[in-house]
Design a protein around this ligand. Structure first.
Ligand SMILES: Nc1nc2c(c(=O)[nH]1)N[C@H]1C(S)=C(S)[C@@H](COP(=O)(O)OP(=O)(O)OC[C@H]3O[C@@H](n4cnc5c(=O)[nH]c(N)nc54)[C@H](O)[C@@H]3O)O[C@H]1N2
Ligand SMILES: Nc1nc2c(c(=O)[nH]1)N[C@H]1C(S)=C(S)[C@@H](COP(=O)(O)OP(=O)(O)OC[C@H]3O[C@@H](n4cnc5c(=O)[nH]c(N)nc54)[C@H](O)[C@@H]3O)O[C@H]1N2
Ligand code: SF4
Ligand SMILES: [Mo]
Length: 716
């Protein structure tokens, strides 16, 4: 049946006057196929698309409340200009023309006075418009755009793998062969649906796997299901990974022919990891040596095996070497480019016209952090971005040069960057701030102008999943318009035109069409089909080698060595730990980890939506019953959690699933139901506790969101 006939059939089933449009949910990093039912210009129903290989008709709690999101009474409905001083909380409605004219005039004046690099652009994690932010920056002449995940989430893994393997490997979830062993490391994807996978692919692969290994300080649902649960001390993943390499190499559990032919530097690695025995790792990681051996053996002996890794390994300031060590587990065991293992992408979407050529080499070199963090902001980055702590310092102190303007497109800066108090101080120093969002947030309250952004059913875009790999290409199409909300992409185009920039001025659909040329489709045709699923080819390297300087997977990284970084992975304590900072530990004796994902919210979002909020009214911090009893804390009590940076409170959740020496606190809490302009952002915000001061990861500039020292007490 052709697509027009199919659409007709769907509409007939839905009832007279109803159109059913295929689209893709973008309320998380996943991309579940959806059917949007539209009548008289209104979205009346959202269903999972039964044809989509990513969700087969299912939607998670967040996807299920899409209509509540789109038509929420608190949506920003029109542009507004702040009255009074920054943070006054008083706003006047203005027109889009007024807003865009004022923004372009202010930006042109700031650019003329301080240089283009004094204008910074910010966005949120994995958003549909992420590449448009840097594109607009390139057209404007500023290298300073940022995203909270670039040094802290996913991109450290992406950049490391591109440098050492030539591409970013993803789990083979759309092929025919299920993995037999899955190793979940610092990752809880049944809740999170992260990195361009969907929770449903994850659940299906879990159901099919014979063996499960979990590396997590908390006893999650996955840990309960696991053959082996390695309950490590937060922040010691590098030591554990190195010890597993020691076992795999020492016991000759690796795939000798693959390693010999397709890897570079095995002998150096083997010599190097000989020191990292399981007995060495036990007191560091709190995981018994025998258990480390058992995990290494199970992973190496079961084929095919998958590593599912998450952002927990990127929330300490030495993430690149941790990633290096872990990435070698599937490599040594030859689980790369095989059915049911890690595969490189089919790259179904064509090159995005990033306009990077509009940025001069001098401007590129001025990107904040480029001189130090080459894998984030310089030559070792796939998509270079500014270093957030350096950017905030430039706002506060004007050093190394002033940053005067910040345009934020979809990021609740006060809740998700580390060290929220210092973030607030930095934003208050700006001359000009713009915030485009779906809702008013404590961060948007600090802006000069706020813009109402469109949510996913209100805009056109292409999604390629898994992210980076683009094995499935999905069309996200505008089904409805609400209020005066505009897609971020359109805002950039309109601003570029008004500012008379030499790029970023063509219509959005023209760009989308250009990206689909390789598939022989227009954007319109893609939306009619819904998606294109490109069959995965395995062992592509046998024809072309790996895209690295040696043509092999570099266990010993020549690129990292050239850039002045360690070519082999090593162990280093987190900077604020019982071992590295015993003097701090005497006052703050517990290890704090943060952020474990909640299935009902995406980071700081969705707290306004009653149908999901009722599942989690208040923030929770997990504590062992023995620790709680010693401090007189009962289950459900408000509990202070305090570090050297500050304190905040969450409800104590007593559980034996956490080590008595560890606390886990949720992230991104604020309370939209409380009074503005603060909306309770200082009450339970875990980033009052985290740290954005040095040391940073030497290559990536990563700061410290987890593995810190804290103390807790009963709050009234
Ligand atoms: N529903 C929902 N989905 C989301 C998000 C959301 O907020 N809600 N956020 C999105 C984002 S931005 C991301 S990056 C992904 C993240 O998704 P995940 O990578 O799954 O991240 P988390 O759930 O934060 O952490 C995973 C696990 O790491 C454990 N952990 C904590 N500290 C350590 C440690 O030091 N070492 C190890 N090995 N484990 C540790 C936690 O206990 C947790 O169970 O999810 C994305 N998807
Ligand atoms: N302590 C601690 N801190 C963390 C983490 C942790 O685990 N622990 N996780 C970190 C990680 S991994 C990440 S990636 C970051 C995530 O941090 P962010 O990406 O900043 O996530 P949010 O705060 O949810 O910001 C999303 C904002 O975008 C708005 N929005 C949604 N869709 C759109 C849109 O289409 N257009 C526009 N303009 N706005 C939109 C939402 O309403 C919301 O206000 O947080 C990091 N912070
Ligand atoms: S898993 Fe993500 S993409 Fe799928 S329905 Fe939920 S929020 Fe939407
Ligand atoms: Mo993230």
């Amino acid at each position: 049946m052709n697509h027009a006939v199919l659409e007709g059939a769907r509409a007939a089933q839905a009832g007279a006057g109803t159109r059913v449009l295929k689209s893709v949910c973008r309320s998380c990093h996943g991309g579940c196929g959806t059917l949007l039912h539209v009548r008289d210009g209104e979205l009346i129903k959202v269903e999972g698309d039964p044809d989509s290989p990513l969700n087969r008709g299912r939607l998670c709690p967040i996807g299920t409340v899409t209509r509540d999101l789109v038509y929420h009474p608190d949506r920003l409905k029109y542009p507004m200009r702040r009255r009074g001083k920054r943070g006054s909380g008083e706003w006047d409605r203005i027109s889009w023309d007024e807003a865009l004219d004022e923004i372009s005039e202010r930006l042109l004046a700031i650019r003329a006075q301080y240089g283009a690099e004094s204008i910074a652009l910010g966005t949120g994690t994995g958003r549909h418009h992420i590449r448009w932010v840097s594109r607009f920056g390139n057209a404007l002449g500023t290298p300073n755009w940022c995203e909270p995940g670039f040094a802290q989430c996913f991109h450290p893994r992406v950049n490391t793998c591109i440098l050492t393997m030539g591409d970013y490997p993803v789990c083979d979830f759309t092929g025919d062969t299920p993995a037999q062993c899955i190793l979940y490391w610092g990752h809880n994807p049944v809740n999170s649906g992260p990195d361009g996978e969907t929770r449903f692919n994850v659940r299906d692969s879990l159901a099919a796997a014979r063996h499960v290994i979990v590396v997590d300080p908390r006893e999650t649902e996955l840990a309960k299901r696991a053959d082996l649960w390695l309950q490590l001390r937060p922040g010691t993943d590098d030591a554990l990974g190195l010890a597993m390499l020691n076992v795999i190499i020492g016991e000759k559990l690796y795939d000798e022919p693959f390693v010999r032919e397709w890897t570079h530097g095995f002998d150096e690695l083997a010599r190097h990891v000989a020191q990292y025995t399981p007995e060495w790792a036990e007191p560091i990681t709190w995981v018994a040596a025998d258990k480390i051996r058992a995990a290494a053996r199970l992973f190496a002996r079961t084929k095919p095996a998958l590593l599912e890794w998450g952002c927990a390994i990127e929330h300490t300031p030495k993430c690149i070497q941790t990633i290096r060590a872990l990435s070698m587990l599937p490599v040594l065991t030859n689980n790369i480019e095989v059915p049911g293992g890690w595969v490189f992408g089919m790259h179904g979407i064509g090159r995005f016209p990033s306009l990077i050529e509009m940025l001069s080499p001098e401007a590129n070199a001025r990107r904040l952090g480029a001189d130090r963090f080459k894998m984030l902001a310089g030559e070792g980055a796939d998509l270079p971005a500014a270093h957030i702590p350096t950017l905030l310092q430039a706002m506060r102190e004007g050093k190394p040069y002033p940053v005067k303007a910040f345009l934020v497109f979809g990021n609740n800066t006060l809740t998700t960057y580390a060290n929220s108090a210092l973030v607030y101080e930095s934003l208050m120093k700006l001359d000009f701030m713009v915030n485009a969002d779906l809702f008013m947030t404590p961060t948007a309250e600090l802006a000069d102008i706020v813009l109402p952004a469109a949510s996913w059913p209100e805009l056109d875009q292409i999604a390629g999943l898994p992210t980076i790999a683009a094995n499935v290409v999905l069309g996200q199409q505008r089904a409805v318009r609400v209020h005066e909300c505009k897609a971020d992409e359109e805002i950039f185009v309109e601003l570029a035109r008004r500012m008379k920039l030499d790029g970023c001025t063509e219509p959005v659909r023209e760009v989308l069409d250009s990206q689909l040329k390789g598939l022989g489709l227009t954007f319109q045709e893609l939306t009619e089909r819904g998606f294109v699923n490109i069959p995965i080819q395995y062992k592509k390297y046998e024809e072309k080698g790996f895209r690295t300087p040696t043509g092999k997977i570099e266990l010993y990284s020549t690129r990292m060595e050239q850039m002045g970084y360690a070519p082999l992975p090593y162990y280093e304590e987190p900077p604020e730990s019982p071992l590295s900072a015993p003097e701090v530990a005497s006052e703050y004796p517990l290890v704090l980890t943060t952020g474990g994902r909640i299935p009902f919210f995406f980071n700081s979002e969705h707290r306004q939506i009653e149908r999901v909020r009722k599942a989690r009214r208040e923030p929770r911090a997990e504590i062992h019953p023995d620790t709680a009893a010693a401090l007189g804390i009962a289950d459900g009590d408000w509990m202070w959690v305090e570090t050297r940076r500050g304190r905040m409170k969450q409800r104590a959740k007593l559980t034996t699933g956490i080590d008595p020496r560890v606390i886990n606190a949720e992230h991104a809490w604020w309370f939209p139901e409380e009074d503005g302009p603060e909306y309770g952002v200082w009450k339970s915000n875990v980033n009052l506790l985290t740290d954005n001061q040095p040391p940073y990861d030497p290559a990536m500039g990563t700061y410290q969101l987890r593995a810190l020292l804290c103390r807790v007490g009963k709050a009234d």
